[in-house]
Write a protein that binds this ligand. Structure first.
Ligand code: FES
Ligand SMILES: [Fe+2]
Length: 453
């Protein structure tokens, strides 16, 4: 095989051992090119629909040098504009220091520099001494720059490329796989963000495989094995756990604890997860797991424990007005635990809760990123808590996430080492990493994984 034959261009090649050079993680030139070749071309998850329910509601989203205003129009539809005044380029809506974004309600956007004013359609409705331009201030010249916007899954998606293909084309099989989970009905329980000292890919790759669980989160080893698969779907991937025959649903998030008595180990795993991660479960699921030992006899087969646990939690939620969607068990199994939406968003879905991660560059430094995590669940109508993005220092995150953080910083340091020869991801359990870089290289023209002989 020649050297160029080994460049990974097809998903099938990721089934064989591969290596990725550190350039994509540590090079300042690569990071700068990502702005033009990736971030200005890709569909990006930019916020949540329920954050802007009424006409005039808006939220800003910053990605590298670019900032976007996503706005609910008077007709209820969405608009998105570059957050830059057309007069002399002032950022139109400021983000207060220490805040992730700005959210609010406006009839007009008035620039703080000279007062040019823009309506909800992005049209300039007022420019002081307009006559001084002798007619040159046309609507076209003064309107805010348009950004493509669409919705899926309850999220706002933007694309800075005016000629981009539709969001649905970008998402590929994801809506078909995740629409049954009715993600748009979930609301945030918490959402936290942090500026982290690692590349955005290092951050995502701390969460898109389960190979690290046994070492990084050793407390989970008593609850079972966390061997998992990863599958490519064009731009995207999904991951899931391996599960014994007859317990296929355990490939997904709501899985049993291992051991002689799954009634007890499931309850222990649920309590541990609730207290130390505050993700991937809900109070209802924890309580239903704690009831298992009273509701089922010792020796109940694992598959029956699983079915009882989920039925009991589903019924408890229904009694308080929280209705889980019904998803075919085979579909639940196939959908796994999480989807990696190219380039920078991960949806860890279940029928009644989800955990989502996103990472993007902070400025154009290859060694810094904005990392975000949001936990969602189903709430009774009108009872979802009002949450905001909370800047949270590393030591204030749930302990399980801090374990992951410790790797992120250290990986970035390690990959800068002159003695590092490139990563060696597990071609089975860490295939999502290979897929990310294979697809990234299609945008960047560099950085593709290479198969090892
Ligand atoms: S830069 Fe906005 S009004 Fe002058
Ligand atoms: Fe982890």
């Amino acid at each position: 095989m020649s050297d160029t034959d080994r460049i990974v261009t097809q998903a099938e090649q990721l089934e064989h051992a591969f290596t990725i050079q550190p350039e994509a993680y540590v090079s300042a030139d690569y990071a700068r090119l990502e702005r033009d070749r990736l971030w200005r071309k890709a569909w990006l998850q930019a916020g949540r629909e329920e954050d802007i329910p009424a006409p005039g509601d808006f939220v800003t989203f910053d990605i590298g040098d670019d900032s976007v205003i996503v706005l609910r129009g008077d007709d209820g539809g969405l608009r998105a504009f570059h957050n830059v005044c057309t007069h002399r380029g002032r950022r139109l809506v400021d983000t207060p220091a220490g805040q992730r974004n700005t959210r609010g309600q406006r009839r007009n956007f008035i620039c703080g520099f000279h007062g040019w004013t823009f309506d909800r359609e992005g049209q300039c409705t007022f420019a002081q001494h307009r006559e001084d331009w002798q007619g040159a201030l046309t609507a076209e010249r003064t309107a805010l720059g348009k950004v493509s916007v669409d919705t899926w899954g309850g999220w706002l998606w933007i694309n800075l490329d005016p000629d981009c293909a539709p969001l649905r084309d970008w998402l590929g099989p994801i809506p078909e796989m995740l629409d049954p989970f009715a993600l748009h009905q979930m609301r945030c329980r918490w959402r936290k963000w942090i500026v982290f000292d690692c590349n955005w890919k290092v951050a995502l790759e701390a969460f898109n495989e389960t190979y690290h669980v046994q070492t990084t989160h050793p407390e989970f080893n008593v609850f079972g094995q966390f061997r998992g698969w990863a599958r490519n779907h064009g731009l995207h991937t999904n991951i899931g756990y391996e599960a014994p025959k007859g317990q296929e649903q355990d490939q997904a998030k709501l899985r049993l604890g291992a051991g002689d008595d799954p009634r007890l180990s499931t309850a222990e795993m649920q309590v541990y997860t609730w207290e130390n991660a505050n993700t991937n479960t809900t109070r209802t699921l924890v309580d239903a797991a704690l009831r298992l030992k009273d509701e089922l006899p010792a020796g109940t087969p694992a598959a029956e424990v699983s079915a009882h646990w989920l039925k009991s939690a589903r019924e408890a939620d229904a009694r308080r007005g929280v209705h889980w969607p019904v998803v075919d068990p085979a579909h639940v199994a196939k959908s796994g635990t999480a989807w990696q939406v190219f380039p920078n968003f991960q949806i860890g879905h279940a029928v009644n809760n989800m955990l989502c991660y996103a990472a993007r560059p902070f400025g154009d430094h290859p060694g810094q990123c904005i990392f975000e995590a949001a936990v969602y669940e189903l709430y009774p109508a009108g009872e979802a808590p009002a949450t905001e993005w909370e800047y949270t220092p590393a030591e204030a995150w749930p302990p399980v996430l801090q374990q992951d953080f410790a790797n992120m910083r250290a990986v970035q340091q390690g990959m800068k080492s002159g003695g590092f020869r490139g990563t060696l991801p597990n071609p089975y359990m860490e295939r999502a990493i290979g897929s990310l870089h294979m697809n990234l290289a299609r945008f960047m023209g560099a950085g593709a994984p290479r198969n090892l002989e």
